[in-house]
Design a protein around this ligand. Structure first.
Ligand code: GLV
Ligand code: MN
Length: 417
């Protein structure tokens, strides 16, 4: 194969857009809209099978590691002497998701590889497309699990033994869907890692900017809080005698909103909430809820965690309830590789796209890979800033622009070797 790569190659955006549509059909919810392709379910297996088929169509060498991460590699002639350039993301989704997040990074990676195939040339270094297991973390925590294991931040065995919110063991589900591979995670350490993603937020659209150069990613703290009070009659129990777990949960919710508003940078979400017995005329005996706290600054994130802990003590005391909390996820903010961010910016500039530096509000596999290799991300606009919602949307031409920037960055990095 010819390996003298020209400084530009042509990316055909049509197959990528068509593949996004096809992948988006898997797990589609015809009534509620969107699709639900939660990690290691049958629908996600179907998504994996489809992506593996597409990798094979491009004649990539496909390998699966012990945590189910999938890698498709376009080999260079001198493969082995140099580490590959890796691109990737994930194809698992939240509930009622859009078709783009995660999938776009994977399928744009395939589009880059396709550009090499169509030109009949091989890359100077191998190119690997990674599809990481369980990025969303809604069934098994933590999120970004496959890339975290891959980066050595969690042992394979601990990950395989994770019990999901549905009581299943992750390792069993991985075997069941046929993606318990034998490759040791980190058998392929990339030379660098690029992740193209929709912004999932409102900034690029609001500022009418095509390309986000992502230079950092905020810290994430997830915990589950359990309040135990007393069930009692809603009509006969005076307020001062109540031990109302429902009220305590509501007070925490109000406190978190105030905390977010006063700091201006911390984000706080109660995304799951269950009360018992959940009956109209009974004071709740129990409330179980999750708290998602984020901040780009580690110190401010720690402050928010401390203030929440103090408030929980205060509420427990005031209402006479027992409050316990379990930490589910804790990731510090990440600063991406400055050289890669510069390369992305230079490509966007050269190609005539408006661009800006930005922080990622969402968690991404790139934040884990950044532990073992230089990593950075490229964002494209999300209409209305909407994501984790069936209405998530980015125009096809914006998606193709992002893929073209990705290809250009890849060509520059390969040329620099
Ligand atoms: C995962 O993608 C998250 O940001 O929660
Ligand atoms: Mn997500």
């Amino acid at each position: 194969m010819n390996t003298s790569v020209p400084s530009s190659l042509t990316l055909d955006g049509t197959p990528m857009i068509e593949q996004l549509r096809q992948l988006g059909e898997l797990g589609a919810d015809r009534e509620a809209g969107g699709r639900t392709r939660i990690a290691l379910t049958d629908d996600e297996r179907a998504g994996r099978d489809l992506v593996v088929r597409w990798m094979r169509e491009l004649d990539l060498d496909v390998r699966v590691d012990r945590i189910g991460n999938i890698f498709g590699t376009l080999r260079s002639d001198d493969d082995g002497s140099q580490r590959p350039l890796m691109m990737g993301s994930h194809i698992d989704t939240v509930k009622s998701a859009g078709a783009l997040e995660g999938c776009y990074g994977v399928l744009a990676g395939l589009a880059v590889v396709r550009a090499f195939r169509q030109a009949g040339i091989g890359p100077q270094r191998s190119i690997t497309i990674g599809v990481f297991t369980n990025e969303e973390g809604i069934r098994y925590q933590p999120d970004m699990m496959g890339s975290l294991v891959y980066a050595g931040g969690l042992s394979v065995d601990a990950a395989l033994n994770t019990i999901g919110i549905d009581g299943t063991r992750l390792g069993d589900e991985l075997v069941r869907i046929g993606y318990a591979g034998d490759l040791e995670p980190r058998a392929i350490v990339p030379h660098e890692y690029l992740e193209l993603h929709i912004e999932q937020g409102p900034i690029l659209e609001a500022e009418n900017i095509c390309i986000g150069v992502v230079e950092n990613l905020q810290g994430i703290s997830w915990q589950q809080i359990t309040v135990e009070g007393n069930a009692n009659h809603a009509g006969t129990t005076p307020t001062r005698l109540r031990h109302d777990a429902g009220w305590a949960a509501a007070a925490v919710s109000t406190f978190l909103r105030e905390l977010a508003v006063t700091t201006g940078t911390t984000l706080a979400t109660i995304g799951m909430l269950r009360i018992e017995p959940n009956v109209i005329n009974v004071i709740p005996s129990k409330a179980v809820f999750t708290v998602d706290l984020r901040d780009p600054d580690e110190q401010r994130l720690q402050d928010a965690e401390r203030r929440l802990a103090e408030f929980l003590e205060e509420v427990a005391e005031k209402e006479g309830v027992k409050i316990t909390n379990e930490r589910l996820v804790r990731f510090e903010p990440v600063v991406f590789d400055a050289g890669l961010a510069d390369a992305i910016e230079a490509s966007a500039e050269r190609m005539g796209f408006t661009h800006r530096r930005m922080t990622s509000g969402a968690g991404h596999d790139a934040q884990m890979i950044a532990r073992i290799a230089p990593a950075a991300m490229i964002f494209v606009p999300s209409r209305g800033g909407i994501s984790h919602n069936p209405r998530e949307h980015t125009d096809d031409d914006q998606l193709i622009d992002g893929a073209n920037v990705l290809l250009d960055v890849v060509l520059q990095l390969l040329a620099a070797k």
